[in-house]
Design a binder for this molecule. Structure first.
Ligand code: GCB
Length: 598
């Protein structure tokens, strides 16, 4: 009897461990902007805690001295404030280079209601966060660019509530990213914080997309969370005359497969359909586009037709005011600039961006490359690091899997050609395919073989696990001259499309000189001309995303008067001024929009 029970328990445990050691399914609530939410954004009290004394001193209790003798060595209410959302580095001069813990505190009034479950939802916190509600730990999260939520139903008080979050942005050898990046380590509660209210059994997540290889069938699932199951789920697409019903399986998901006749989404006509999902007392609406994406040889096919990706790489950095971008206003400026360039594609380097950015790309008709921060060198042999990369990939896919704009999931950027790295990204890629078999996988690679002085071969073995090869190359900047780019003959070891995912040159806006003088706008413009000429000679190139839309802060860029801690490879300065190279690229893209490159 005992033995039988023990075996049943073991079987249950085995079932609970996902195959291949993948992380557990996400508990993220999808599409929170369509939910009943209470914003916790605003001014939060903060305590800067470089030595991490707050955990031992229990800052999360927000204690006040009980009498004159009582010893309490912190006080939120007389401490200064920071805006949430917002990184701390750009809000206070003394925190510009700060890496460590900051404690955030807010209070709010809440009315508890029966049949309502409440979650605290964080758009992102860089890098690690631990949240406490009314002195009780809600949970911890690692990874600076993906959302997370904790259920707070039982910890909420009817009346005043205290939420304290410790956020730590210390870089770690085993983190994703690890110790070195070419961007600012903006710490803090960098995106919106909300309370999300849902019924006892609610629609947690869903994916409704065209089935792989089909423009006439929608395939997907809707996942419920809560006890009232099995339950019926209805999916409606009113403008397409669709109403479908399915019942949840023991795993909480109802599967859908149904024929459709839809106007397909494209950059020229970014058609979105209103989709209504309902189950029991819950209902969520979304705007979803439907398109196909595939490769054939060296071509990328969008809705069955070859497309050349006229792109630009970017960072999620706020124009004009600096710091991490988080608002629709920031997103509109950044993607508006990409549209001005006549782009149909953006590479959202090097980490997942705020959700509104992806929704805006859907509306503007911009195809998207979305990336996880597996950047340069990370701890390839560490299985916890792989788990973390998988978790960040899973959560960004979970949040954005219904965005037609996203066609590429990027696994990594500029990683070394070693067996450990190959194995790591191979596992990450196969995990990505189990989650989403409809989109293409890519990675930006920069290790190439010089076969002779002006002949280069892209043969990184990582290419075998990808659908599209990203190529970062800096001929004319980190090596050689812009003229060398024109002379270079490229080849690849794979019959797959290549995106030249980076090239560029640094120039502060207004710095003028001869076209061969480094750091001038003229040099940058000349380099863009040369690179464009080079790309015209590369028949297997299906797109490009030069580096980079706007100047951005980087601790690695120290050259006084020129860089001053900014990477100046932007086509636009951080103050919004357009450099000469902007117009070079714009001219090329305008021509390209009508005449195919090859
Ligand atoms: C790269 C990296 C990017 C850097 C850029 C540069 O290859 O992918 O993150 O910022 O070069 O400016 O050197």
């Amino acid at each position: 009897m005992f033995r039988l029970r023990w075996m049943a328990l073991l079987a249950l445990c085995l079932l609970a461990v996902p195959a291949g050691g993948f992380p557990a399914p996400s508990n993220l609530i999808a599409n929170v902007s369509a939910r009943r939410t209470i914003s916790l954004d605003g001014k939060w009290r903060v305590i800067v805690d470089p030595y991490d004394t707050g955990f031992g001193a229990r800052f999360f209790e927000n204690r006040k001295p009980a009498n004159k003798q009582d010893f309490v060595e912190y006080d939120f209410d007389s401490s200064a404030t920071l805006n949430v959302p917002g990184d701390w580095n750009s809000q206070r001069d003394s925190l510009l280079f700060y890496e460590g813990t900051v404690w955030y505190k807010t209070s709010f009034a809440y009315r508890k209601r029966p049949e309502v479950r409440t979650f605290v939802y964080f758009g992102a916190a860089n890098y690690q966060a631990t949240a406490y509600l009314n002195g009780k730990k809600l949970g911890s999260h690692e990874g600076g660019f993906t959302p997370f939520n904790f259920e707070a139903t039982d910890s909420l008080a009817d009346g005043d509530n205290l939420l304290v979050v410790a956020v730590n942005n210390a870089r770690r050898k085993d983190g994703v990213p690890a110790l070195s990046t070419d961007w600012w380590n903006y710490g803090g509660l960098t995106r919106d914080v909300d309370l999300v209210e849902v019924p006892n059994t609610f629609i947690q997540d869903y994916r409704l997309q065209l089935a792989k290889g089909s423009a006439r069938e929608v395939s997907g699932w809707v996942k419920l969370n809560g006890a009232a199951q099995p339950a019926q789920v209805t999916v409606e697409i009113p403008d397409a005359g669709i109403q479908q019903v399915a019942t949840t399986q023991p795993n909480g998901a109802a599967e859908f497969h149904f024929p459709v006749k839809l106007d397909l989404w494209s950059p020229e006509a970014p058609r979105l359909y209103r989709v209504v999902i309902s189950s029991g007392s819950d209902k969520v609406e979304d705007q979803i586009g439907f398109r196909t994406i595939e490769t054939r040889g060296t071509k990328i096919l969008l809705n069955g037709k070859p497309v050349f990706l006229r792109g630009i790489s970017m960072h999620e950095e706020a124009p004009f005011r600096g710091g991490r971008a988080f608002s629709l206003e920031d997103d509109n400026v950044l993607l508006g600039w990409a549209k001005d360039l006549d782009c149909n594609f953006v590479r959202l380097a090097h980490y997942p961006y705020n959700e509104a950015m992806l929704r805006l790309a859907d509306r503007l008709g911009l195809l998207v490359w979305s990336e996880v921060p597996v950047y340069w060198n990370i701890d390839w042999q560490n299985s916890a690091t792989l788990d973390l990369a998988e978790q960040q990939l899973r959560d960004s896919m979970d949040r954005d899997q219904n965005r037609a704009a996203i066609i590429l999931w990027s696994m990594a950027n500029e990683t070394p050609v070693t067996p450990d790295r190959l194995d790591f990204i191979k596992q990450l890629s196969s995990y990505a395919r189990t989650l989403d078999d409809t989109r293409l996988l890519t990675a930006a690679m920069n290790r190439t073989v010089n076969e002779s002085p002006f002949s280069r071969l892209l043969n990184d073995p990582l290419g075998q696990f990808l659908d599209v090869l990203g190529l970062n190359e800096y001929i004319g900047w980190y090596e050689g001259t812009p003229e060398d780019a024109v002379r270079t003959q490229w080849s690849t070891a794979f019959d797959k499309p290549v995106i030249v995912s980076e090239f560029g040159a640094g120039a502060p806006f207004g710095e003028h000189g001869a076209a061969d003088a480094r750091w001038t706008e003229e040099y940058q413009a000349h380099l863009f001309q040369s690179q464009i000429q080079m790309i015209r000679q590369m028949p297997f190139v299906a797109g490009m995303s030069p580096w980079v839309l706007m100047d951005f802060r980087s601790p690695r860029r120290t050259l006084p008067f020129i860089q001053d801690f900014y990477n100046r490879k932007g086509l636009i300065s951080d103050r919004g001024q357009r450099k000469q190279a902007f117009y070079v690229l714009q001219k090329f893209y305008r021509e390209m929009a009508y005449v195919p490159v090859h």
